[in-house]
Design a protein around this ligand. Structure first.
Ligand code: SAH
Length: 252
């Protein structure tokens, strides 16, 4: 970019360039779904990263978000979204909201998002970040391994924490043809896709991974507490940004 130091001082401009580079990197890693790539161009990952680490927000790495948890690397989120085949209007369940970045990507892809986070402080921080960006999503504090039966079946379920085997409740809440994206394993882990075919589930391996463990059992107190996130015309605002960013792809 020609403007050198001047633009370097404008974080908004700088991050936009970083986002474009990240999208190129995702393409190199084999992500081909243009809607997913566009979502990465429009959603500000730095808004979900602790302040001290924001300079690294567009590196393709997982980063700590507090409480011993991490935001997954962009490649893992991108592959999860691509394999989940999220389309506008799909009802999607996310287990492990974490920082809320993938929640925002799902909303930008046009999904009706239901997201469960077991750690209250992370759930609240994610709700605040999503609220600030005007992203529409349904967030709840609780154990996501039980799914969210009130809103089942889901066209896609994406799990952000590893379990020895895919939770039964999540498989049972998939719609016919729907996909469960879940990291499975103990010491060696792999990201898998399960696709519902009647009472059977076709299983595919996406890639080797390292996730934090899924903590099963409701937090003390038992009852789920729903965390309000703004609703309204927010989605179209975020989409507008996506279209503008997409337009500039590959130009100098
Ligand atoms: N996609 C998120 C993943 C964060 S890490 C992101 O990239 O930001 C995994 C998250 O899953 C953590 O926030 C952890 O608290 C949460 N988690 C672990 N077990 C859970 C459970 N049973 N239900 C819901 N969330 C859970």
């Amino acid at each position: 970019m020609a403007a050198g130091r001047l633009t370097e001082r404008d974080p908004a401009v700088d991050y936009r360039r970083d986002r474009r580079r990240l999208v190129e990197r995702l393409r190199e890693r084999g992500v081909g779904d243009s809607a997913v790539l566009d979502a990465f161009k429009s959603v500000r990952r730095h808004a979900f990263i602790p302040y001290a680490l924001r300079g690294r927000a567009y590196e393709d790495v997982p980063l700590p978000i507090g409480r011993g948890q991490t935001i997954s690397s962009p490649t893992i989120h991108a592959l999860s979204l691509e394999y989940a085949e999220v389309r506008p209007g799909h009802r999607v369940l996310e287990v492990g909201t974490g920082a809320g970045f993938q929640t925002a990507l799902l909303a930008v892809l046009g999904a009706e998002v239901y997201s469960i986070e077991r750690i209250a402080s992370l759930c609240e921080a994610a709700a605040r970040a999503l609220d600030r960006l005007g992203v529409e999503a349904n967030l709840v504090h609780g154990d996501g391994s039980r799914g969210w039966p009130e809103y089942a079946p889901f066209q896609a379920i994406i799990v952000g924490a590893v379990a020895p085997r895919p939770p039964e409740a999540l498989l049972s809440q998939l719609e016919e043809g729907g996909h469960l994206i879940v990291p499975v394993g103990t010491r060696r882990q792999e990201l898998r896709r399960y696709t519902r075919r009647g009472d059977d589930f076709a299983r595919e391996t996406i890639t080797g991974v390292r996730f934090v463990p899924l903590i099963e059992g409701e937090p003390s107190g038992g009852d789920r507490e729903r965390i309000p996130v703004r609703t309204g015309s927010s989605r179209s605002t975020t989409r507008g940004r996506r279209v503008r960013g997409g337009d500039r792809e590959r130009r100098p």
